[in-house]
Design a protein around this ligand. Structure first.
Ligand code: CP
Ligand code: NVA
Length: 309
């Protein structure tokens, strides 16, 4: 598997086959166990990863930096002010130049076409660290967390309660690939793009996963995983007030949590807006796997870097 994936970019989970995702999750588990035992793999000495950001970040920046360091390599941060991808310099020129210095580029961007252009022109793998369309690294860690807590994907249902955004889209694609049922629950008008839902339904034909969207809050009944994300994503600050109104009642609180299965776990990609899409009680409650999920960004991305770079 490692040979086949080496050198490839990761812009969406659909870039990988289901077996390749499973192999990455297996490696992520192995790296997590090794790290807990105090062992690190020094396989990437002399390799450098560029961390290119158009938007803010805590988890993505910190976990990629630490992952690269723990593999024996090096990472450096390029913020929006210094590079100005698409403003100061065309994405294709940034990709061509960075490729002369580094062995991989992790990019967090607004338009998904920017990571596509970076990948087209870079001579090294490009990893999507969040675009307006997808957040595949997040969902890789989410899948690791779900399998760690529930043991498998088949037969389980994840209900995502928020906006039909980048995280929702990657959950649809990821669930469809690995055989996890995914329901995206949003207020009317905030559903994920129809093309993404159709793509996920196509991928689900092989895995048997059930892919659905709904506006009906009773969809949380009996769910095995509840998942929250902010209502207004980065870049949507202008419509945050309007969204707060539209999403009234879509807060994951103790009442909604109680409607899920008794063994249900709660996920949130973070950052959280406590009191909006989630309450602090449930985020820090007994069913929350949110903090393990955030930790797993490190292990899942380390597996990705070890395999692609
Ligand atoms: N979940 C996530 O990507 O967090 P950051 O925006 O802090 O990187
Ligand atoms: N949907 C959120 C995810 C943050 C990690 C955003 O794009 O801001």
């Amino acid at each position: 598997m490692a040979r086949e994936l080496r050198g490839r970019s990761f812009l969406t989970l659909a870039d990988f086959a289901a077996e390749e995702i499973t192999a990455l999750l297996d490696l992520a588990d192995e790296l997590k166990r090794e790290r807990a035992a105090g062992k690190l793999r020094d396989t990437h000495a002399g390799k450098t990863l560029a961390l290119l950001f158009q938007k803010p970040s805590l988890r993505t920046r910190a976990s990629f930096d630490v992952a690269m360091h723990e593999l024996g390599g090096h990472a450096f941060y390029l913020g929006p002010e210094e590079v100005g991808v698409g403003k100061r310099e065309a994405p294709r020129d940034v990709a061509t130049v960075l490729s002369r210095y580094v062995h991989g580029i992790m990019a967090r961007v607004f338009g998904h076409e920017i990571v596509e252009e970076l990948a087209e022109y870079a001579d090294c793998p490009v990893i999507n660290g969040l675009s307006d369309l997808y957040h595949p690294c997040q969902v890789l860690a989410d899948l690791q967390t779900i399998r760690e807590r529930l043991g498998k994907f088949e037969g389980f249902t994840l209900v995502y309660v928020s906006d039909g955004n980048n995280v929702a889209n990657s959950l649809l694609v990821g669930g469809a690939l690995v055989g996890l049922n995914v329901t995206i629950l949003t207020p009317a008008g905030y559903e994920p793009p129809a093309e993404v839902v159709a793509q996920a339904q196509g991928l689900a034909a092989a895995s048997g996963a059930a892919i659905a969207t709904t506006n009906d809050l009773s969809a949380v009944n009996g769910a095995d995983v509840l998942y929250a994300d902010v209502w207004a994503s980065m870049g949507q600050e202008a419509v945050a007030t309007e969204k707060k109104k539209a999403f009234e009642g879509y807060t994951i609180n103790e009442e909604l949590m109680a409607a899920a299965a008794p063994h249900a776990i709660l996920l949130h990609c973070l950052p959280a807006h406590h009191g909006e899409e989630i309450t602090e009680e449930v985020a820090r409650g007994p069913q929350s796997a949110i903090w393990d999920e955030a930790e797993n960004r490190l292990h899942a991305q380390k597996a990705l870097l070890a395999t692609l770079l």
